[in-house]
Write a protein that binds this ligand. Sequence first.
Ligand SMILES: [Zn+2]
Length: 203
Amino acid sequence: MSDLHTVCKRCGAESSIPSIPLINTSVNPELKERLLSGGLFIWECQKCGERNLATFPLLYHDPAEKVMIWLSDGSADTEARMQGAIAVEGMEGYTGRIVDTPGALIEKVKIFDAGLDDIAVELCKFVTRQEMGKNAELLFFGFDGADNEITLTYPENGEMQMLRIGFNVYEDCAAIVRRNPDMKKAASGLCRVGRSFIDRFLA
Ligand SMILES: [Zn+2]
């Protein structure tokens, strides 16, 4: 664990907070809990009480599910190094992803924990945006197996809106992914699977 030097966005007070470079879910399951609750990246300013969002690079590794997600700090050098290191280690059977925000990391963990394919989920979002007829920033929130529904969220008018879609939408999308092996191929190694990934195939 190393310290990250950071500044409160409200009052400008400087602070040192712990940054976590690695979560191995079998070694530190409590860190995964803190990640999912959002607590890992939130720090409270000692001076004014403001809750700030910290950003630091982090490697999330779930050896049981064979999932590896790199929360990038946007440095192309670090990303290339990370991809190189993982290529050497071997990614046999692994799903490897790069994300750019803590929110996107949490979303990916939720998708994989629910046993879903994130490419199919991105496709669901694409279809849902088409149906909504607006350019909403959709995020996967949860999958309720009992109701057979997937919940997506998106910000509108300063509030978080919830949207439920039937599991049949997901199943249709998963079928499309299965019929397009190029999609799976493009998502191998350590790569970004977000909106632009889907646009590449559907544009
Ligand atoms: Zn402050």
